[in-house]
Design a protein around this ligand. Structure first.
Ligand code: SF4
Ligand code: SF4
Length: 484
């Protein structure tokens, strides 16, 4: 019977892109496989369940725990609400995510790629679907080689239908992050959702179907920039999945090793490490860009070592420095020591510094905001009594989930008074009060008039929300007059 051959580096053409060789990875059990199961379940659960978690923010705000409310330009995450002018929080989160990836890479190598990257998680899921419909490695290979007939067509159709269902659930879940999930769910199935919702689901369903179902490891090898960036970031102290060639070579079957005692290393050339690899590579050829460090080959080899009565760890997490030490017969560095080294401490310090700064800003930010735009044409109006009038548009922002009274005041220009468009000049004063609805911005057009003898080129608008002295804001503005 023909068996699938491992993809060898020297067999691959030197072109920019190699035609995909299908990978028929074998089922394996072990501590890393169980870890991958756990992380996969957690990642998928977070992705699918999060939009359905409710969070009470009172009657004026949505009750979805995590929501990107594009219509009202808000981002909600549990008790945090981000307004568009606070986008620096989102930028901070993205920077933290980037530095977090650097931190993880320098501490534990490509752990992100091997365990938590969406491409890895969905490819893993689809490979389990393959096994469910087509059997394990050899059965899948036989089916792949078999001519097309009713049985093969039926199996393929059934499998691709499940791929499509998973892809649809993936694309479908995404849109629930952008609108109230129960409402959108009802609208989606009754055909009354916005066309963009159907378009988004279609695009994401098809990309999941193609990337997870068919392209798989090609995405990691050819499309994703992260492996290249990581390669540049790895150093001699980075943890990699390593084949200990000094212990395994020269490799030879058990029979050969028994016939020639002492002439062979620990590797019995059983190819189990290759058979379980989800990207189809042979780790014995050294570190490769196709290795996502999922550690399934460690599980496979540890099992072989146990069965043949040899110590585990012929393939193991190790650093290049460890490899040199072990080769020289010295004990490897403890993994904890590798994690706490200057580079990781630097990344961690920067990462946690940004996190603490954001927490501080979140804890001390006020929910009252004032922006002012001055009329430029005309810049001022000279009144019949010699006083000078300027006009402004104020935007009062109430970022709390309840209506609030806010007092607008003038600081500077002695004798200046103001009134709004819906008042008469006879009611002009140094302050006026507005009620701003919950979670809204209210525009107010204000006229400020200053006596001719006390005109100053600048003054300040103040905004004070009732009941909390901390809840205030101010904006310095120009005051134009014939003097300049
Ligand atoms: S599983 Fe271990 S023993 Fe078998 S070929 Fe791979 S490295 Fe050698
Ligand atoms: S070589 Fe090992 S660690 Fe690398 S991708 Fe394959 S199974 Fe995972």
């Amino acid at each position: 019977m023909n068996k699938p051959e491992p993809i060898k580096t020297e067999d691959q053409p030197l072109g920019l892109y190699a035609k995909r060789e299908p990978v028929f990875n074998r089922r394996i059990d072990g501590k890393f496989r169980r870890l991958k199961w756990g992380i996969m379940v957690i990642c998928l659960a977070i992705y699918w369940i999060t939009p359905w978690i409710r969070w009470d923010r009172g009657p004026y705000a949505p009750d979805q725990a995590v929501l990107v409310d594009l219509a009202h330009r808000r981002f909600y995450m549990f008790s945090i609400e981000i307004w568009p002018q606070e986008f620096y929080f989102v930028a901070g989160l993205l920077i933290m995510a980037g530095i977090g990836l650097f931190l993880v890479t320098s501490a534990v190598g490509r752990a992100w790629c091997g365990y938590a990257c969406p491409q890895t998680v969905w490819t893993d899921l689809f490979q389990h679907v393959d096994r469910f419909f087509d059997g394990d490695r050899n059965a899948r290979f036989r089916l792949y080689k078999a001519p097309w007939g009713p049985s093969k067509i039926a199996r393929r159709l059934a499998k691709w239908t499940v791929y499509l269902l998973i892809s649809f659930a993936t694309g479908g879940a995404w849109i629930f992050y952008f609108a109230d999930a129960p409402t959108l769910h009802q609208e989606f199935w009754s055909g009354t959702a916005a066309p963009v919702a159907y378009g988004t689901v279609f695009v994401l369903t098809m990309t999941t179907f193609v990337l997870g179902g068919f392209m798989r490891e090609q995405v990691c090898i050819y499309m994703c920039p992260w492996p290249r960036i990581q390669t540049a970031m790895l150093d001699e102290k980075s943890l990699l999945v390593t084949y200990k060639d000094w212990r395994g070579e020269p490799r030879g079957s058990l029979k050969k090793a028994e016939k020639n005692p002492g002439q062979f290393g620990d590797c019995i050339d059983c190819n189990q490490c290759v058979a379980v690899c989800p990207t189809g590579i042979d780790i014995r050829e050294g570190p490769q860009i196709g290795c996502i460090t999922c550690a399934l080959c460690i599980d496979a080899c540890d099992r072989v070592m146990a069965e043949t009565g040899r110590p585990r760890g012929l393939i193991d997490y190790a650093t290049l420095e460890d490899a040199e030490q072990e080769k020289a017969g010295q004990p490897p560095t403890r993994h904890l020591k590798l994690i706490w080294r200057p580079r990781t401490i630097l990344y961690f310090t920067v990462w946690s510094g940004i996190g603490l700064a954001m927490l501080f800003l979140l804890g001390t930010r006020v929910h009252t905001d004032l922006t002012v735009a001055k009329d430029r044409n005309p810049p001022y109006i000279l009144m019949s009594d010699g006083s000078v009038r300027n006009a402004y548009t104020l935007r009062l922002r109430n970022m709390e989930g309840r209506p609030r009274q806010m007092e607008i005041g003038i600081k500077g220009i002695p004798g200046a008074v103001m009134w709004s468009e819906d008042m008469g000049r006879d009611q002009a004063s140094r302050s006026l009060t507005r009620t701003v609805p919950a979670d809204e911005t209210q525009g107010v057009r204000i006229y400020v008039v200053a006596p001719a003898d006390s005109v100053e080129p600048e003054f300040t608008f103040t905004l004070q929300a009732e009941g909390d002295a901390r809840e205030s804001d101010e904006a310095e503005v120009r005051f134009d007059s014939p003097e300049g």
